[in-house]
Design a protein around this ligand. Structure first.
Ligand SMILES: *Cc1c(COP(=O)(O)O)cnc(C)c1O
Length: 375
């Protein structure tokens, strides 16, 4: 078995998808069911792209990736559901986007013409979502120019107007004035698009939208972080969304044990000095796996039901923990860095806080050296 791995709890993940589907549709009486688009970009937020897409496929309507490569990997691994590529593409990528049947995001007239040129040359159709910028100031056509671009695509004969979407910049807090403005601005475009082509999928909500802004749901939602089990903001909700739970744990095991004298430096540059003769264990995982080095002397681990603090600098492939003069740990004992051990837990949120970042970034850091195990 592995010395260190990411363990993914499949049933927690599936339950999250079911909870969110139930929540967004709970006030839908008749009419169309609101579609669920699962973002699996960045290796499915570190959970493993292929496997998470395979597990999710029967529970969602759409998958979304950031770039062409991620989309190709999904198609090569048998994913059949529609896949939307969020990111902007370059000219050289258009051919592959089309032949892998990936839904293309178009945000400018110039890109629309490039795609049309190739479609005409190849005599192939493609599916397009127009991205409108309602306030992120990232990619997206400005609202005042959106209708011309949408018209152009609708009448192109080769590009199918599949969707129109925008992205919320600060929906992780409820009742945010900027978010209300974005919803209003996008709403005007939706009204217009629905007259042109009623079955166009209009979508706007990320996890924050799903939690706090029901008027952002439209035809489809795109919750990422909440699908993986984390609340998008610090604002509690009073609904079935409270049943969402993480499916990600980071685990390792004790590989070495030694007794060290008082006043000994542990790891590089002796930033930790033992206060007494004590027991030191070594954990075979480090910043080379994506475990943040900033957790030196402050990260926490669970070993046989106790919480201990990382001792000294985290190395590329290992770090040490002082378990105290009477601490008990044996070779091969389980070490939990993120997740639960018995009734104790180290939350991803606490790790992110110590690293002065958001949970998203911690999840995305873990690299391929750590195997993902799906239980
Ligand atoms: C990543 C992303 C999402 C998901 O955001 P969460 O905050 O994880 O829910 C939705 N839409 C777009 C365009 C994205 O890039």
């Amino acid at each position: 078995m592995h010395n260190a791995s990411i363990v993914i709890n499949k049933s927690n993940f599936i339950q999250n998808l079911q909870v969110i589907s139930g929540f967004i549709n709970c006030n839908q009486t008749g009419g169309q069911k609101i579609k669920f688009c699962l973002p699996v970009k960045a290796n499915a937020y570190g959970h493993g792209l292929i496997k998470m897409a395979q597990i999710a496929e029967e529970h969602v309507d759409y998958l979304a990736v950031a770039c062409l490569n991620e989309g190709i990997i999904l198609r090569q691994n048998g994913i059949k559901k529609p896949i939307l590529v969020f990111g902007a593409f370059s000219k050289e990528q258009i051919y592959d986007l089309i032949i892998h049947n990936l839904d293309i995001t178009i945000s400018s007239n110039m890109k629309a013409k490039l795609v049309l040129d190739l479609c005409q040359k190849l005599k192939l159709n493609c599916k397009v979502h127009v991205k409108v910028d309602t306030g992120m100031n990232r990619v997206g056509i400005r609202p005042e120019h959106a209708s011309a671009l949408i018209d152009f695509i609708y009448n192109s004969g080769y590009m199918e107007l599949t969707g129109v979407y925008s992205h919320l910049a600060s929906s992780d807090k409820p009742n945010d004035a900027f978010t209300h403005e974005q919803i209003k601005s996008f709403g005007k475009i939706v009204t217009w698009v629905k007259q042109l082509k009623p079955d166009t999928i209009c979508h706007l909500a990320n996890s924050g939208g799903v939690y706090y802004y029901p008027d952002s749901y439209l035809d489809m939602v795109r919750p990422g972080i909440s699908s993986y089990g984390y609340h998008p903001g610090d604002f509690p909700v009073n609904s079935i969304l409270n049943r969402i739970q993480p499916c990600f744990s980071l685990k390792s095991k004790v590989v070495y044990f030694k007794v060290v004298a008082k006043n000994s430096g542990i790891s590089y540059n002796q930033i930790y000095i033992t206060g007494t003769q004590t027991r030191i264990v070594t954990i075979p995982l480090g910043y080379g796996d994506g475990y943040p080095r900033i957790l030196s002397n402050c990260g926490e681990v669970l070993i046989s039901g106790h919480k201990y603090t990382v001792s000294g600098a985290i190395c590329m492939d290992m770090f040490m923990v002082d378990i105290g003069p009477n601490g008990i740990a044996y070779i091969d004992d389980e070490v939990v860095l993120i997740g639960k051990q018995g009734s104790n837990e180290i939350t991803l949120e606490s790790v992110a806080m110590k690293c002065q970042t958001i949970v998203y970034e911690i999840l995305c850091r873990f690299n391929v050296r750590l195997p993902r195990i799906y239980i």
